[in-house]
Structure formats: C-alpha cells, structure tokens
Design a protein around this ligand. Structure first.
Ligand SMILES: Cc1cc2nc3c(=O)[nH]c(=O)nc-3n(C[C@H](O)[C@H](O)[C@H](O)COP(=O)(O)O)c2cc1C
Length: 297
C-alpha cells in the first residue's frame, strides 16, 4: 500500500487537500485530487480533513493516539472544549511541591506520554523521547546523583579566586551561580544529606524525562510543547506536577548522570517533570505579572 491513496470515485474535487497539504503534494486533474508531489510531512491532514473520506494514508510507523485510562472519543472531529473549562484547567495547574506516597501506575503514565505525542512538532518530525521513573526509591537514587553534582558545583563556587579568574576571562557564570543559587542550594543539600528531606523533587514518586533525538529541526520546542501537554493532562487526571530545571541543568553539565538512567547520550533532555498525587489542593488561581501587549500596526 502506498503512503497516500486517493479513491477517485469518492473525491468531489473540493480542493481541500490541495490547499492544506504543507508539502503541496496534491493537484486537481479533471476535478479529482491526484498526488503529484512527495508526502514529506506524514501529517495526515489530507485524510483527516477530506469531507468525502476519499484519502487513505498508510504510515506503518504511525497509529492513532489511543489511551488506556480514557475511552476513545466517539466522533472524529474534536468537539470544541468550552473556553471556560479549558482556562479553568490551565489555571488549576500549579507546580506541586507536596505529594502523597502513592505512585502513579504505568497505565496513567503511558497515557500521559500518548497525550504528549498529540503536540505539534517541527515538520511533524516527532523526534521526542520519554523516559520514566515510577518508583520513589528510584527517584531518590537519581536525586543522589543530582545532589552530588551540586555539591561539587558549590565547592567550586566557594572559591572566590576561581570566580574572579573566570569572570576576568569573560566567564561570569560561576559568579552568577554563587550570587543567585549557592545559598539556597547549600540549604537544599544540607537537608538532603542530613535530614533526608527532598527539596529537589519535593517528595514526588515519579519523574518523566522529555528529550529529543538528534535530527529534529526544533528539538527544544517539540519537547517543551509535549511537556506542556503532560502538565495539563496530568492536572485533569488528578496528578500534580512540577518541572525540575535543576535536574535538567545537572544532566546537561554532567553527561554521566544521563548514563546512569540508560538514556542514550545522543538524546538531549529538555525537561524533567516530577509528578504524583498532590497532598494539597490549591484554592485560588495564580497571579501573574502584568504584560503589555505590543500591538503591531
Ligand atoms: C523551565 C522551568 C524550570 C523549573 N524548575 C523548577 C525547579 O527546579 N524546582 C521547582 O520547585 N520548580 C521549578 N519550576 C517551577 C516554577 O517555579 C513555577 O512554574 C513558577 O514558580 C510558577 O508557578 P506555578 O507553576 O505554580 O504556576 C520550573 C519551571 C520552569 C518553567
């Protein structure tokens, strides 16, 4: 079977496929759609939008995003979500820093990844990757690697002469780190090592690592859009989430940490989401800085 097949009997010549194909692969001959270019995006827009169901796509590596914990939608066309409900969901999502011990099951975590994949990606490349820890004991093991990284970094940052030399060499990062992060991280490390208190993952029992394989045109954007899907979907499923930038930073700077997770070195990690069942419920939506919109005339 070819990747795209058109049934000329069904085609009404409406030109929708011609107009929406990002690869401009369709043309109309005798008022019937024909493929005259290459289907490079594998986006399926043609088949998904054809009012006559005259186009069939066959991408062996692709499948519909079916979920394990939520029934399939009954209609093809998505029913519009009332904006008030969508906004309520977005407002309800806050960073969770207090979790119960309950570990989210594999089914719900698998569904979160499936939902993540419905995000857009540059040229539909879908080169994102997902790795999951779903045991609190393993989260702590990983946290110990991260703590060791920051312990080393804090030791370097304590050296005033080193900060000054680096600054003179045009590398102000260590000095900046010292001013902004040294103290709170020292406090977090003391709690980690002396009181088994987890300021890093806030006691979360699960982690999702979202990365990208080499070759994606927009790896960071793709991974972060998938990340936002997870944050919102998790909220709607009763899970709390928190992005852990400190873990991403440590993994970027120390390739050995990624190795301990069996994530190939070629994958770059863009987000680490801590998640679990929240031990508190937020009562009010977030307040945000005011923004001035630049209306471009
Ligand atoms: C890129 C990024 C990295 C973050 N890293 C951390 C982190 O390491 N630890 C943490 O507790 N929160 C982290 N956060 C959460 C932010 O602090 C939080 O989103 C922000 O304060 C707004 O609060 P809200 O998410 O509850 O609306 C991070 C958020 C983003 C977007």
């Amino acid at each position: 079977m070819k990747p795209v097949e058109i049934n000329p009997e069904l085609c009404s010549g409406c030109r929708i496929c011609v107009r929406i194909c990002p690869a401009r692969a369709f043309t109309l001959v005798n008022n019937t759609a024909v493929l005259n270019g290459e289907c490079t995006f594998l986006c399926d827009h043609c088949a998904a939008a054809c009012p006559q169901a005259a186009i069939i796509t066959n991408f062996p590596e692709f499948a519909y995003c079916r979920l394990l914990t939520i029934p399939d939608p009954t209609t093809l066309a998505p029913a519009p979500v009332p904006p008030a409900e969508l906004v309520r969901l977005m407002q309800a999502r806050r960073s969770c820093r207090l979790y119960t011990d309950r570990e989210p099951g594999r089914r719900i975590l698998t569904d979160l990844v499936t939902i993540a994949k419905t995000a857009p990606s540059g040229t539909n490349s879908q080169q994102w990757t997902f790795s999951i820890i779903n045991k609190r004991s393993r989260v702590i093991e990983f946290g110990t690697e991260i703590a060791a990284y920051y312990k080393k970094l804090n030791r370097l940052a304590e050296m005033k002469w080193l900060r000054q030399i680096l600054q003179l060499c045009g590398k102000p990062e260590l000095n900046h780190y010292y001013r902004e992060y040294y103290e709170p991280i020292k406090e977090g490390l003391d709690l980690w090592y002396e009181k088994n208190e987890d300021r890093l993952f806030h006691g979360a029992p699960a982690l999702i690592f979202i990365g990208a394989r080499p070759g994606a045109g927009c790896p960071a954007e793709d991974a972060l859009l998938a990340t936002q899907n997870i944050l919102l979907a998790a909220e709607s499923m009763g899970l709390g989430t928190c992005l852990i930038g400190f873990a991403v930073e440590a993994m970027r700077r120390d390739a050995g940490i990624q190795k301990t997770l069996n994530i190939p070195a070629s994958e770059k990690i863009y987000s680490v989401i801590a998640l679990g069942y929240p031990a508190i419920k937020f009562q009010r939506p977030a307040q945000r800085r005011k923004v001035a919109i630049n209306w471009i005339a």
